[in-house]
Design a protein around this ligand. Sequence first.
Ligand code: GLN
Length: 449
Amino acid sequence: AALDAVETREQDVQALLQVSADLALERAAATDAARAAGAPLGPLAGVPVAVKDNMHLVGTRTTCASHMLERYESTFTATCVQRLIDAGATPVGKANMDEFAFGSSTESSAFHPTLNPWDTERVPGGSSGGSAASVASGEVTVALGSDTGGSIRQPASLCGVVGMKPTYGAVSRYGVVAFGSSLDQVGPFGRRVEDVALAMNALVSGGRDPYDSTSQDCPVDFLAHLEDPVGGRCVGVVPELMEAAGLTDEVRRAVERAGRALVDQGAELVEVELPHVASAIAAYYVIAPCEAFSNLARFDGVRYGYQEPGCATLAEQTSLSRARGFGEEAKRRQLLGAYLLSSGVYERYYYPAQQVRTLITQDYERAWERCDVILMPASPRTAFKLGEISDPTQMYASDLFTISANIAGNGAVSVPLGLGDATHLPVSAQLQGPAFKDRTLLTFARAIE
Ligand code: GLN
């Protein structure tokens, strides 16, 4: 059924870079055989999933939507993907993305943009736009994305689905092509909070992954606490964020409605402060490009990916392979990272950015003394048109509300709240919580969906 849905919807949405039909049919047959034999079935038995194309899956290419890795065959399967498979899921394809996850619209894919299923003249958000669109269009039930600065939550918001960035370390990054290693986190998309809870259970079951030194044990209890009452619990609201420039009125009204829904269920709204969050984008666009420059140095035209033929010297081979293999935004990020890490410049930008990171983390710690979760917007606006945002710094502002959770490492989820009263496109709210309290996030998410 998922392959049929892909067949009919893919021409409009273009969410996938590869459809792994043979793999999917093989998995489906194995599930059928297990059921016929009376063998126990996993909690995700038969559930079709899409996997962002920066995650390895044996039997597929992992391209990161880049010419650099256009022909790169996965040699192993990422832990996150394997855990969904172990729970019974059936991967049906690799989802489109911004090249190497740099972007907020999926327009920087080297192959083609993905279109928003709600309005195909608009972007699905990014960088995990293919994952979000594949769930929103009904091609698959669950998708995996990665979130370095908002790349799960912002596309979830623009496509009207649930998208969760768990706490840094909750889900293994082993087998996920690194962008910003101190910020990257894998998480699921689903149409409903319950689907995301099921996927989270699968992603954390098996415990700490010895192949990712930052991975930690998490209880497999996302589903068990979904219906817990929110009455008597505290929801933080940050007044400055609700008045932020760029936030549209319809999104603000939707978030306010979600706040009222929580109050109606007995929760208490309290004002909290995150005074340094206004500097999160500035700090991120120092830290993330530096880490990206370091991580992408491995694409040297020798070890992985595209190799320019006929070069006279190794230096020429490296520079021409990189010049032709990477797209414009990937080059911009790496040049920025190279500059920011150079001596004399490092002290002026990288070091202060890390100080801002500490201040933001401390802001959150103070806020968690007063509330269980913080309610805020996820994306400042609804889906924009393809080509509408051409200035990179304007694109970077898409993550105004999401980046701080990557900076501090805590978990966050974007929850769809129907259609906006002005644009009639999906609007959402974001819930953020203390580190490793991701289960609480889903309880509150369930209460507002
Ligand atoms: N939009 C942000 C960026 O371009 C975040 C991307 C991401 O989370 N992968 O860096």
